[in-house]
Design a protein around this ligand. Sequence first.
Ligand SMILES: *Cc1c(COP(=O)(O)O)cnc(C)c1O
Length: 370
Amino acid sequence: MSRQRIPVAAPALVGREREYVLDCLDSTWISSNGKYLERFESAFAEFCGVRHAVSCCNGTAAVHLALLAHDVGLGDEVIVPTLTYVATANPVVYCGAQPVFVDAEPRTWNMDPERVAEAVTSKTRGIIVVHLYGHPVDMDPILELAEKHGLWVIEDAAEAHGATYRGRIAGSMGSLATFSFYGNKIITSGEGGMVVTDDERLAEIVRQLHGQGQDLERRYWFPMVGFNYRMTNIEAAIGLAQLERIDWHLGRRREIAAWYREELSDVEGVELSPHEPWAESAFWITCAVLNEERFGPRDDAMAVLDRAGIETRPFFYPLHTLPMYRDANVGKGFPIAEDLARRGVNLPSSATLTRDEVSYVCDQLRALAR
Ligand SMILES: *Cc1c(COP(=O)(O)O)cnc(C)c1O
């Protein structure tokens, strides 16, 4: 068969990426100053409907900077979902604080607001919500709870550029929000991240911390221990070109998700990515949670698809099961996340996917059912 291998999520460089990058090279503005950084930051702030955006080197650094802006430190607790990428929780540890994991809820696969309420202690400083695979968190109960306990809410929107919750865009609902522009995300800058906020004071702290802590007005004056978490002008050039075409990127991902829903609607035992009526998912990755009686063990199904030239990925291991977080979480129950993580598969979801490729993936998946 001459069919090309189908990746899970490949970048689509369909705009002015090449032109902008060549402009960086020709002008020699290749490091962490330059016009593309300013343009990318202001365009991204506008896209999120907030006043400030600070670029940084990746989405993990963005989460770290957001936590530092809230002065998270030793002895603090931060509530995070257990079903997420590891980079949501690790920055809590970088700050000397403790991530407190909560289970998912079955409708959206996101953190369960009721479990969040149970996790609040006198040490809790805030909550990081994650719009998993692009589907917004049910924010209102969490924002209410946070307000009641005097906590902040940071959105880890690394997978959800452009998703909306009751008309509000991801990134505009927390005190701060973080994004990733890694190569497999909705839009990419190669490596890259962004912290966005409406709060000028928080934005200034983030900007200062990401540039070694240097005073924003006084060169070589470092009143705090900062980091080199800067993005380069070349990365920003790619990011800006991607952002200029974000409607296309989001449109493609939503179309692909709709094709999967249509083609698999007659297949029993496949639960596809959530799409609640109050949410517009960014559909970063279309996922399928497989019924084991019909499809057998998830990993076997993935192996068959792999042999058919279809790349898939398993869901993230719930973070409370990873070696560094396991001991603190023995005996706690996370049944929903564990069930989803055992049976969940990321299906090919690149913006460049064709209808024919989606049909092929669906045919192969359908053939696995017994
Ligand atoms: C990708 C991702 C990150 C980290 O972003 P990097 O740019 O890879 O550092 C953080 N959180 C979530 C939920 C992610 O998916």
